[in-house]
Structure formats: structure tokens, C-alpha cells
Design a binder for this molecule. Structure first.
Ligand SMILES: Cc1ncc(COP(=O)(O)O)c(C=O)c1O
Length: 383
């Protein structure tokens, strides 16, 4: 038998490069332009699914975008002097971003955190040259976040030229996400619903505000954790990190949200683990929580409705928690198959929620003084 051997014509370097990311001279150039992945069956119902932006493909995670943008802007304004120290409170992801920004722009970095931060994160931050400051006692009312903020203030007093990005209130944390929104528009063309986790409020505000200019009918679904104060529930114990808060970050753009879902830790664990097993792409608490809500949206909205969600980071940080059987057993997180649908409440003050719950009434607890949070406190049930 005669075989015809064809010699392949080599593609020109220009053609090859058009499908490849360009070589970078600095690690900051590796941030952004992240991939988008379809999540369908078996995680979702047959014929349904959603798109997810994999921000874990940034060197440190989603907050690389924030850190670089905040540092760049502060330097341009003269708020951050050349070589001055950066001091910030973070549960981890922003710390990695700041370590990257510090390396890119030549600033030492101090990260203030609490005992909930995973050993892997402490190890990574230290390896990247950041100083890690651990607070050991939660603030009586503001929890760990408030305790961390106090320590940041002490450090700013010690280092006279130090600068704190204040990710909770700095508008540059929001502005940092315009490129992510533009990437989504370029990647998908049309978006009907955005499902996003909320911590400082930065990425939800930054992405949703830009997407609304392209798609005025865009539905924005916020995802928070039970025990978080952001959307008007009283502060409670929180196992999940990244999303949620025990304070009231001013970067949360309340007017952009159509609804909020509070998700409990066992439900997020189920979703993160199921995604890992069947779709490889997964993450931790916030990924599990947004995936659970996006899965529900994919089943309940019309099939042609295009749903997008953001996975802020990957699974590595959570091998000792979300993906660790003994940790999960200790915290009673295993064996809870989430309900198909969330509970519904009409107002955030209606009751303290302890499982997946949805509310289409969005209130800003700081400006809406007549919220039921106060009533709950008076009734003695708030923690
Ligand atoms: C893993 C993870 N998910 C979600 C969030 C919430 O994002 P944002 O602060 O932009 O609201 C954070 C914030 O730190 C995070 O680290």
C-alpha cells in the first residue's frame, strides 16, 4: 500500500502568535484576559448551563486586578510615594495581588489578617516577600474585619509614609474591573444575567456597572454568605471567607442589584466539590456559593437566557477546608444536598437566615435606618 506523506507547511510566527498570549516582561502583564468556561450537565439540569469567568487564571486570583489598579492610581495621584510601604487588611486574595503589585512597582507590603487565613496563604505571602500581621482577638461588634482595620491604623501610625488601599471604600477597587467587563462583552456578545459574590463589593460593582451600559436589562444577582451584614442581616458566625462581611463596605453598589442570595457553608461545599468532580474547574467558598445560585438561575430562567458568573479564584487555597473531609466533618459540612430552590423572604429583616435564601428587596443597611436589623437586635435574637 502506498502512503502519501504530506509535509505540513509551517505557520508563520505571526500566525502562531495570534493564538498565543504575548511574552511578558513583568508578572503584572500576566493579569487579565482570563478564560470563560461553560458549566452544563451534570452540574446543571439537562440542556441548561452558565458561563463562568475563571479569575483563578490570574497569577494570584481576581484581586490582582484590584491591587495593580489601586497601586497604579495611588502612585499617579502621589498618595503612594516611591518605595513606601503598602499596608492592608485582607483575608488573603488581595494580599496576593498586593504582593504582585509591590513587586511590580517596588513597594514593601504588610498584610493584616486573622487566624482564619489558611496556612497556604500565609506561606505564599511570605514567599512573595510580604510581611504577614496576625490579629488574635475579634472586635466585640465588628468581628475580625474591624479588629484587622484597627491593626492597620496602628501600623499606619508607625510607618509614617505607609499607604493603605482601603479596598472596602476605595473607588479604584471598583474601577479595576472595567477591563473584566469588557473582556466578557468581547467573549460573549450578549449577557442577560450576572451572578456575583459580594465581599468588598468591588468586582460586582465594577463589572455590573459597565455591563449595564451595554445591556440595560441586565439582571444582577448578588451572592452573600449567611451571617454577613452586607445586605441587612445581623452579623453572625461566618465560616466562609472571601464573600460576606461583618462591616458595611461602601463599595457595594446596592442600586445595581436585583436580588440577593445568602448561601450557607454546607451548600457552598457541596457545589464546589461537585464542580471539582465533574467539571474540573472549581474554587472555594465564593465559587461554590455563586455556582449554586447560577445553577438555580440556569434551571429557572428561559433556556436562551445567557447567564454569566465569576469564579474569583481556584481550589488550591481550599484543600485544607472545603476539600478536606476531616475539616468538613468537624464543621458539619458534608452530606447536605442543597434544596433545588432557595427559601424566599420579602425583606432582609424578616428573619435571620441560616440556609440558602433569596430576597428581591435590596436595602443598604447604613442609609436605611428603619431596617428590621434594628428590630431583630431589640428582640434580642441578633448576635
Ligand atoms: C475568593 C474571593 N471571592 C469573592 C470575593 C469578593 O469579592 P469583592 O471583594 O470584589 O466583593 C473575595 C474578596 O476578597 C475573594 O477573595
Amino acid at each position: 500500500m502506498n502512503h502519501i506523506t504530506r509535509t505540513p507547511v509551517p505557520l508563520s510566527p505571526a500566525q502562531l502568535l495570534s493564538d498565543t498570549r504575548r511574552p511578558q516582561h513583568t508578572p503584572a502583564g500576566l493579569v487579565g484576559d482570563t478564560p470563560l468556561l461553560w458549566i452544563g450537565e451534570p452540574f446543571t439540569a439537562a440542556g441548561r448551563g452558565f458561563w463562568t469567568k475563571l479569575e483563578g487564571h490570574n497569577p494570584g486570583g481576581i484581586k490582582d486586578r484590584t491591587a495593580l489598579h489601586m497601586v497604579r492610581a495611588a502612585r499617579e495621584r502621589g498618595q503612594l510615594l516611591p518605595g513606601a510601604r503598602i499596608v492592608e487588611s485582607t483575608s488573603g486574595t488581595l494580599g496576593l495581588g498586593l504582593a504582585l503589585a509591590g513587586a511590580a512597582y517596588g513597594h514593601p507590603v504588610t498584610v493584616v489578617t486573622d487566624p482564619g487565613m489558611e496556612p497556604l496563604m500565609t506561606g505564599l505571602l511570605t514567599a512573595y516577600g510580604a510581611a504577614v500581621e496576625l490579629v488574635d482577638t475579634p472586635h466585640p461588634t465588628g468581628g475580625w474585619q474591624e479588629a484587622r482595620r484597627h491593626r492597620v491604623e496602628e501600623l499606619l501610625a508607625i510607618h509614617s509614609d505607609a499607604w493603605c488601599p482601603d479596598q472596602y471604600n476605595n473607588p479604584d477597587n471598583v474601577a479595576a474591573y472595567a477591563p473584566l467587563a469588557h473582556e466578557l462583552v468581547a467573549q460573549l456578545g450578549r449577557i442577560d444575567t450576572l451572578v456575583v459574590s459580594v465581599g468588598t463589593g468591588g468586582h460586582s460593582a465594577g463589572i455590573a456597572s459597565v455591563l449595564r451600559t451595554y445591556f440595560p436589562e441586565l439582571r444582577v444577582v448578588g451572592v452573600d454568605t449567611t451571617g454577613s451584614t452586607i445586605f441587612g442581616q445581623p452579623a453572625g458566625p461566618r465560616l466562609m471567607r472571601g464573600l460576606g462581611s461583618s462591616i458595611y463596605p461602601r463599595n457595594v453598589a446596592y442600586d445595581l442589584f436585583d436580588e440577593v442570595h445568602w448561601v450557607a457553608a454546607p451548600e457552598a461545599v457541596w457545589a464546589a466539590r461537585t464542580l471539582a468532580r465533574h467539571h474540573y474547574a472549581t474554587g472555594g467558598w465564593s465559587v461554590g456559593a455563586v455556582a449554586l445560585v447560577a445553577r438555580w438561575a440556569a434551571r429557572t430562567l428561559p433556556a436562551e437566557h445567557r447567564i454569566v458568573t465569576v469564579f474569583p479564584d481556584g481550589p488550591q487555597r481550599y484543600v485544607g477546608t472545603v476539600f478536606d473531609d476531616s475539616y468538613c466533618r468537624t464543621h458539619g459540612l458534608l452530606g447536605h444536598l442543597p434544596a433545588d430552590d432557595p427559601d424566599e423572604i420579602d425583606h432582609p429583616s424578616e428573619k435571620i437566615v441560616s440556609r440558602w435564601t433569596r430576597c428581591t428587596r435590596i436595602i443598604d443597611p447604613l442609609t436605611n435606618t428603619a431596617t428590621g436589623v434594628q428590630q431583630l437586635t431589640i428582640a434580642g435574637v441578633a448576635r
